[in-house]
Design a binder for this molecule. Structure first.
Ligand SMILES: *Cc1c(COP(=O)(O)O)cnc(C)c1O
Length: 239
């Protein structure tokens, strides 16, 4: 019997790498005594053309993380009918908040109240509230965005009061060179910041942490959203 021609070899490659990522998450969740259903995979699609995102959707991925507005907007337009969930995970420049507020479902990199205020003001009234995570520079790296950990409680309380936003939780990126012990320490500090905010009544449900290289530690420390690029799509071209 003739089989239907493969859509393309890379479509099945994404399906295979998605299955591998899910297996890693399942193993890490089981080791941590967590329900895998509490963990969501964002496919980090920076540098990937819209056609690859369609293949990813066919492979069961429905949420995409994009870092650059100019790159993301044409893809959002191209995939309009499939309507995936769009997450802005890059650095938010204050002069680019309007298109972000208009076209994305989530923003993970909010690290200044000024930016949160603009997103609240510019979120269209026809759209549901914009989901927001505050970024914490958990390792205190000079080159990374994010607020200092000690600033988080007050910033969370302030952003929680803004209209048109739904504050969901916290996001971080670890230093590239962090070993597993350091990963546990830093991700654990993120989890504590979230627990402190929830003890104060904020009702946050999201820890956006863990990437291709450190997802197991992130799951062990309570991550609810993993941002996975390379492990799904393969190595990126340098930008
Ligand atoms: C690129 C990127 C990722 C994905 O990184 P991988 O190591 O390819 O999984 C996750 N989060 C942010 C903020 C990124 O910029």
């Amino acid at each position: 019997m003739l089989s239907a021609p493969q859509n393309s070899s890379s479509g099945s490659a994404i399906a295979a790498s998605h299955a591998q990522v899910l297996a890693r998450i399942a193993a890490a969740a089981q080791a941590a005594g967590r329900d895998v259903r509490s963990i969501t995979v964002l496919a980090v699609s920076k540098g990937q053309p819209a056609a690859r995102l369609l293949q990813a959707m066919d492979a069961g991925l429905g949420q995409f993380g994009e870092n650059y507005l100019a790159e993301a907007l044409p893809k959002i337009q191209a995939l309009r009918e499939r309507a995936p969930v769009w997450h802005f995970i890059g650095r938010v420049q204050a002069n680019k908040t309007r298109p972000i507020a208009e076209h994305f479902d989530w923003v993970h990199g909010v690290d200044r109240l000024h930016v949160a205020g603009r997103l609240a003001e510019q979120r269209p009234h026809y759209a549901p509230p914009l989901n927001v995570c505050l970024q914490v520079n958990i390792a205190g790296e000079a080159a990374k965005g994010g607020m200092a950990p000690h600033e988080a409680p007050e910033a969370l309380a302030a952003v929680a009061r803004l209209p048109r936003l739904r504050l969901r939780g916290l996001m971080c990126m670890l230093p590239h060179e962090a070993d597993v012990t350091t990963q546990h320490l830093l991700f654990g500090q993120m989890r504590q910041l979230l627990e402190t905010a929830n003890a104060a009544g904020l009702g946050l449900d999201t820890l956006s942490m863990g990437m291709s290289g450190d997802l197991e530690t992130a799951v062990a420390q309570g991550a609810t959203m993993l941002r996975i690029g390379t492990a799904l799509f393969g190595p990126r071209e340098p930008l």
